[in-house]
Design a protein around this ligand. Structure first.
Ligand SMILES: [Fe+2]
Length: 355
């Protein structure tokens, strides 16, 4: 098997023809019981389903129509914290270009992609990468990825963006710009939903200058034993909001009311997550839902996640005074975004030591 440096690429493993996966990719026994065939899971129509929110009326001239649309978005954010957005205002042909560009990058030989390799150990986190084992069990995930900042424009480093295909930079930049506008719109609806001024949450997460958009293209190769592995282990997003595109291959599961629910593939939709940041600011009125990614042996899955994140140290995140009261005490202590990340890592490490 060919490996590059110390990081084995999952794509290399996948294309090597192995029939069983290395033990580092096998999930713990207690987790295996809940991992099924994703294509079978996607067909299930009984039980709760991830809500689909139609944004076509969000700017309607008719106030009642507009309010109804906002109310539905707010409800989905409070109940699920994740939803399919349709009629989101980002042109379908632009989204197709973004997907085509990402796919074309990953279609290149691994040697070409290695030219963009990140170096997590030295803190160079942007670029082409795979998860490093960061705990005693050495647990790994069945995916490779490309990660980079995409907005604001002065915080990008275009020199590390894929030069192949040629449309990559233009399509991704335009998508970032439009997605930033959509984020503002969603944040204003969520602000109003808490009885706040419409610009409040936007300001609380850093505004136009500081809210950072980072794209992670997740590439999940075919897996010979998909019932034993996960593409992404269960987690909640730390972001304020996350927007996700995918290549119409199912994989995402949400932990809702004690069960794993598989997200359907909704044409022309963008999946949106409420992340921990908004959950904290809203004192859990909006939910950051636990989710994970399954893999399969038939089709490569690709997803494009854009994380909208507050600055690491400049803002103290805590439940806003307007959303706490004598009967609703703050559920989170004040922490910077960076402290929140460290707290999560620490908690995870401790859980691993205990189990
Ligand atoms: Fe996530």
């Amino acid at each position: 098997m060919v490996t590059f440096g110390i990081v084995p690429r999952v794509e290399t493993l996948s294309s090597s023809g192995i029939q069983s996966i290395p033990k580092e990719y096998v999930r713990p026994q207690e987790e295996l019981t809940s991992i099924g065939n994703i294509f079978e899971e996607e067909k299930k129509i009984e039980g709760p389903q991830v809500p689909t929110i139609d944004l076509k009326d969000i700017d309607s001239m008719d106030e009642a129509v507009r309010d109804k649309c906002k109310e539905e978005l707010k409800k989905a954010a409070m109940d699920w914290g994740v939803m399919h957005l349709v009629n989101h205002g980002i042109p379908d042909d632009l989204i197709e270009r973004v997907k085509k560009a990402g796919q074309a990058f990953f279609d290149q030989p691994i040697e070409e992609k290695e030219k963009y390799a990140n170096d997590q150990v030295s803190g160079k986190i942007q670029g082409y990468g795979s998860k490093l084992a960061n705990n005693a069990s050495g647990q790994l995930e069945w995916e490779d990825y490309f990660f980079h900042r995409i907005y604001p424009e002065d915080k990008r480093n275009l020199s590390i963006w894929p030069r192949t295909p040629s449309d990559y930079i233009e399509a991704t930049s335009e998508y970032a710009r439009l997605l930033r506008g959509l984020a503002t719109k969603v944040l204003s609806v969520l602000s109003l939903g808490l009885g706040l001024e419409e610009g409040r949450l936007e300001k609380e997460v850093g505004g136009m200058e500081e809210l950072l958009l980072q794209m992670k293209i997740n590439y999940y190769p075919k897996c010979p034993q998909p019932e034993l592995a996960l593409g992404v282990e269960a987690h909640t997003d730390i972001s304020a909001l996350t927007f996700i595109l995918h290549n119409m291959v199912p994989g995402l599961q949400l932990f809702y009311q004690g069960n794993w629910v598989t997200a359907k593939c909704v044409p022309n939709s963008i999946i949106m997550h409420i992340g921990d940041t908004i959950e904290i600011l809203s004192n859990k009125k909006y939910k950051s839902i636990l989710h994970r990614g399954l893999v399969n042996k038939e089709k490569v899955r690709i997803s494009w996640a854009v994380f909208c994140e507050p600055p690491k140290d400049k803002i103290i995140l805590k439940p806003l005074p307007e959303v706490v009261s004598e009967t609703e005490s703050p559920l989170f202590p004040p922490r910077t975004f960076d402290q929140h990340i460290q707290h999560k890592l620490f908690r995870k490490t401790r859980e691993e030591l205990i189990t």
